[in-house]
Design a protein around this ligand. Sequence first.
Ligand code: MOS
Length: 738
Amino acid sequence: MIADTNYIGKSTRRVDGRKKVTGQAPYIAEFNPADLVHGYIVNSTIARGRITAIHKDKALNVPGVREVFTHENVPPEVKINSDYTDPLAPPGSPFRPLYDDNILYNGQPVALVVADTFETAAYAAGLVKIEYEAEEGYEVDIRRNLEQATHEDVPEPPEPRGNAAEAYDSSEVKIETEYYQPREYHNPMETFASVASWNEEEGSFNIYDKIQGVSSSQGYIAGIFNLEKEKVRVISPFIGGAFGSGLRPQYQLFFAAMASKALKLPVKVVMTRTQMFTFGHRPACLQRVKLSADKKGKLTSIRHEAFSETSRFEKFNETVVDWSGLMYQCENVELDYQLVPVDVYTPLDMRAPGGSTGMYALECAMDELAVEAGVDPLELRIINYAEKDQNEDKPYSSKELKACYQRAAEKFGWQNRNAKSRSIKKGNELVGYGMASGVWEAMQQKSSAKAILTSEGKLTVSSGTADIGTGTYTIMSQIAAEMLGISLEHVEFKLGDSTLPDAPIEGGSWTASSVGSAVKLVCSALQEKIFELATQTHPDIFENKLFEDVVFDNGQISGNSGTAVSFSEIITAAGRKSLEVQVNSEPEDNRENYSCYTHSCVMVEVNIDEDTGMISIPKVVSAIAGGKILNPKTAESQIIGGVTWGIGMALEEEGMMDSRNGRIMNANLAEYHVAVHADVKEIDVIFVEEQDDIVNPLGAKGLGEIGIVGVAAAIANAVYNATGKRVRDLPITLDKVL
Ligand code: MOS
């Protein structure tokens, strides 16, 4: 038994906040082992073809340069073995840096210059001249390549139900639309970096890597160099943002490890901002949606097909269209998802991968249907509300989306909306209101955790998970403090080290649920151990008690007579220095009988200057049903972050390719715009009460992804409400609304 809530559900400052703001939290590029040398990567300038000659003498002559590695001189012992392993690789044949003379995409890393300083390496890299034989006929635009769309190696969306085509044809209200979303690039503040030290004697690596899960890098390095996993230690204590970009190991990791093993020196490789545009992105996606309804707005059919970009060598896939079969009550549904290979690097997960894309199209289409049916867009969602998972015909573990709609509408003042476009003005600005629903899966993965309680009363809980900035350190410390019954100041949570108990990569919004459940379990196991010991050390108090009868609180265990003994006292009396427990936790079987999702309703006001087309967003309300909220403060930050990224997606983000050479033209933060402080005004986050005893033992669903889902649609719908213009290709720049 534990006492009333002390920490879970209470706003708590980040336990690592002070370290971060005082520079005490080391990021990967700040690790400097003795004798460190620096690598700088050279990238290809063509999109497809071969390397025909490499001129590196000038670079090698620069004082301080140690080596220039290319596919021609990678020593055999550090050549990637062909059974290459990347735990998260999609189907296909992963790109292998410095493997041969083939060029698969523009920006492909083709050489590494290693020197005594970063500056020397960067300078010398500019002196490496590479000659290519470029192949013609490459293609970087999926819209010009749709005839190559394929279902091969692509997970099937849910089976069709009913007869969507027939229902569509015989319905009174219908829409048919097409939406396009360009490729978007990851731009976390911290660029990717690795510091690798090869130990020749032990045949082992010690690696600092920016990664969303140390197991991912460990598996990759062990796989490509044919090593036992135990010979590869990966450490990654702090991450300056990632959200998908750090799920798969990035190429700088290979370069640092390869060079370290070849030179027998520690090597650091840090990507430049421009190189951050060379390793994967949210794929461009073309979506066609057909919806039909009766006169009252009751859906009669949903058809949603998506064409997503992938590379020529891997079939990157994400869940884009399934949401359209899930979200609304509808008997006739047909979904299709295909991949279009083009000459770019393999796309990559980016915050709410697939969900933010698919829900953008569906929720814009719902708005178009609302207009067609003459029904309020919010009302349309309520008319078609699904009480069950429509794809799997299963009940939800919990679903408070209706409450999200209601609370968002109240807070936002949805009733002030005028359905007629161009009907509300503020000075020279057109005012528009738009809304959308959001959804994301609430997943749980197997996780392990270890707890050590010392005779001084200090608790250390550890798990090989990550904190990509989401607040893992903080919520895990809260869960541990709460579940053991100890003060938060006496808890330390450790993560980001492959020697710690196994945990999944931090992704999919599953860390709170997965690692949190392991932390809860390990603390319960520790309580049992403490109790068992207490019956021996303090038999007068505990001998005749049951575990269920005692209370753990404030670092003490007490019987119902009220006599309390501290954990330290018990451990000391037993002649021990510490107690240690390790557990594995996994989802409960019962979960299989339910569908587990987070939901949201997002409402947006846009103001659009009638003369310039400039769009500003004075207000966003995001109401979230995410189960138990462990820490409202960090939870709110997650949603604000997601909404902010959604603003970027709607109005700014677009990776532009030069079709002549397949090169991204705006590979910098001056020309690839992301939402910044000036773009973001009021964001109100509401957490709707949602009790869930099925999703996991904590009842918490995870909040990393849901914040972005629906935001771009709500903005596009508000732009329509303001101007009467449907902009169906993102981003909605001012030229498109004029
Ligand atoms: Mo997330 S896009 O799985 O980091």
